[in-house]
Design a binder for this molecule. Structure first.
Ligand code: NAD
Ligand code: DAU
Length: 332
């Protein structure tokens, strides 16, 4: 199959592209705007593979989308602004990429009769105190990030309903693993712990996330592409839930850093307390997660320990500026 993978230079997209090229023998064209989170280095090991090509461009640019799409049978759209804190500070890009960008891709795919898979998130359901969200749970997003992701999902569903387009939506829980930009909880805490920098815990740290190792989510997306029913939504949730403070304590154990680095800071506005997905629907098709949290976290810590060349640039300018803006003081 020849796939257009939008946002393929990011964390999950690059893991997905690697699987599809190496394990499925697919031809893959990546279209990526290369924001701060998208990096060619994430795909460096694939650059010489037959069947892999890269287009630098934005999904909201109809010409770029049309050029990149040539000869492809399906679009898999990962392209997004993905950090909730950034969406609270500066929502503009979230609206443009998620709503306008998704619309442009849908139109281009519809014109060419292509299959379309939207990569989405459990955050569109909002927070849940007990039990787990199913695919029919109502959408109740809390942040500009999740509201614009929900808007994109609704557009995708409407293209199936109205035009009969062959669409799918995959909603994943919190991913972690190699190549994740160190603004997200796990890589940020791993690198801060390795450097003896403080570990900023929002509020009491008792918020719960449903962790999934990135390779398992990437396989779930591929699984949906290969076996999913058109027009359907599939939740792809991890096997374990864990409160943030416990995630940080485990990272302290793996890195040998001191508990004194933990610093409770002002909570995120509108912070969702708990996410939890029921993945029974995709499990019934035969997918299941392979990596439990304890193993995946250890692998992740090792990957960051072994890949200084990858994360070093993220700790020099950008991240320090971001930290100062976020917490109103300089990194130690
Ligand atoms: P990421 O931030 O690591 O990567 C996003 C990629 O999209 C980058 O390569 C970036 O350059 C590209 N991009 C951004 N705007 C673009 C635009 N306008 N045009 C083209 N490319 C653009 O994100 P990620 O964590 O890999 O997330 C990928 C997808 O998975 C997103 O749609 C996200 O909502 C979804 N998701 C993420 C998680 C998670 O825990 N990270 C969980 C569930 C779902
Ligand atoms: O649930 C899926 C979503 O997971 C994805 O759709 C998003 O793209 C992704 O960013 C992630 O969103 P979260 O807000 O859950 O992830 P984040 O890593 O930002 O935060 C995880 C939890 O850790 C959350 O409760 C906030 C908390 N946190 C985060 C940071 C960065 C802290 O306590 N301190 C921090 O410094």
């Amino acid at each position: 199959m020849k796939l257009l993978v939008c946002g393929g230079a990011g964390f999950i997209g690059s893991n997905f592209v690697r699987q599809r090229v190496r394990e499925h023998g697919d031809e893959v064209v990546v279209l990526d705007k290369l924001t701060y989170a998208g990096r060619r280095e994430n795909l460096a090991d694939l650059e010489d593979e037959v069947g892999f090509s890269f287009f630098h461009g934005a999904i909201e640019d109809a010409d770029a989308a049309a050029d990149a799409m040539q000869g492809c049978e399906a679009v898999v759209n990962f392209a997004a602004e993905t950090h909730v804190d950034r969406s609270i500070a500066e929502p503009d890009a979230f609206v443009k990429t998620h709503v306008v960008g998704t619309f442009v891709l849908l139109e281009a795919a519809r014109e060419r009769g292509m299959r379309y898979l939207q990569v989405s998130t459990d955050e569109v359901y909002g927070s849940i105190d007990e039990g787990s969200f199913t695919e029919t749970s109502p959408l109740a997003p809390s942040s500009p990030y999740s509201a614009t992701k929900a808007g994109a999902d609704l557009l995708v569903a409407s293209y199936h309903h109205t035009y009969g387009m062959q669409t799918s939506i995959c909603r994943g829980s919190n991913n972690y693993g190699p190549y994740q930009y160190p603004e997200k909880l796990i890589p940020l805490m791993v690198l801060n712990a390795m450097h003896g920098d403080s570990l900023p815990v929002y509020g009491d740290g008792m918020q719960v996330r449903n962790w999934i190792f990135v390779e398992d989510f990437a396989r779930g997306i591929g699984f949906t592409l290969d076996h999913g029913e058109p027009g359907e939504v599939y939740n792809v949730g991890g096997p374990d839930e864990c409160p943030n403070i416990e995630v940080i304590e485990r990272i302290l154990e793996f890195t040998g850093a001191s508990r004194d680095l933990i610093e409770h800071v002002t909570d995120r506005p509108g912070h969702d307390v708990r996410y939890s997905l029921s993945s029974d629907k995709i499990r019934a098709l035969g997918w299941e997660p392979r990596v439990r949290f304890a193993e995946g976290l250890e692998r992740t810590v090792s990957w960051y320990r072994d890949n200084e060349d990858w994360w070093k640039p993220t700790r020099s300018g950008d991240y320090r500026e971001y930290y100062e803006r976020q917490y109103g003081r300089k990194l130690a």
